[in-house]
Design a protein around this ligand. Sequence first.
Ligand SMILES: Cc1cc2nc3c(=O)[nH]c(=O)nc-3n(C[C@H](O)[C@H](O)[C@H](O)COP(=O)(O)O)c2cc1C
Length: 282
Amino acid sequence: MTATAPEVAIAGLALASPVLVAAGCGGTGRELAALDGLTGVGGFVTRTITLDPREGHPGRRVHETDAGFVHATGLANPGLHQFLATELPWLAAADVRTVVSVAASSLGEYADLARRLGDSPGVDGLELDLATPDGPALGLFDTREPFQAARAVAAVRRDLPRGTALLAKVGHDPLRVVETARAVAEAGADAVVLGNALPALLPDGRPGGLSGPAVRPVALRTVAEVHAALPGLPLVGAGGAAGADHVRAFLAAGATAVQIGAALLHDPTCAARAAADLRGET
Ligand SMILES: Cc1cc2nc3c(=O)[nH]c(=O)nc-3n(C[C@H](O)[C@H](O)[C@H](O)COP(=O)(O)O)c2cc1C
């Protein structure tokens, strides 16, 4: 297999590989590192961090189906203060680019997150989680309309130091994805992540998101459509990638980088192995 040029850059942020660990799928980073799961990846995206701690949903949060995982975590996280005190220092010392995923309940909270994270050593970028399935029901600022997603991006951009990359993660909604990508890019996003889990139902009837292999063809399509409409905009593909061939398919569709998420639940080393494959090391 021919090696693909592994290094990429998003808004001046150089990544050693186009392969990133997707939000919420790599724990705090330590767990993956202990299994060599971070070796050689281009970056690590944290689980979504909110200003205040969130306990998340009670009961079972992840259910495996024959097409991937349906999950409803309720965005469990320790809150910004604890994250800064206990998780970021480890990531800052680790040899990995760190993108902090954030979500907020108001524009003011988005601005606050931008100020406090932008000033923190070890933060290479922020990824705004604008399309968590059922975000408004979780108390998040409602970003389902493209102009509202753009307002969240603008609030963060205003207060984020210039050197910190700003990624906007949107949904795979085929009807509005181009409009949304254009709106968040115009509001100041350096790259658009396409995208979050598809809205789905857990077997017990609770709402959640679907991730994994079933999402891949949908994600490839949204990447291809947005790339065709906005060819200069850096895109990060996310949805069902599990290995180097999938990453290559996303790059061929127009992505600059690719996140691997649900596949890590089966094989915590698959992002590191995909990165090594692309470097031609295997
Ligand atoms: C268990 C689990 C937890 C997730 N948590 C988050 C999260 O905290 N924030 C977020 O933006 N996306 C989260 N996601 C979505 C993934 O980051 C990714 O966008 C989506 O699952 C599609 O990629 P994949 O099929 O490779 O997982 C989560 C996905 C899974 C499976």
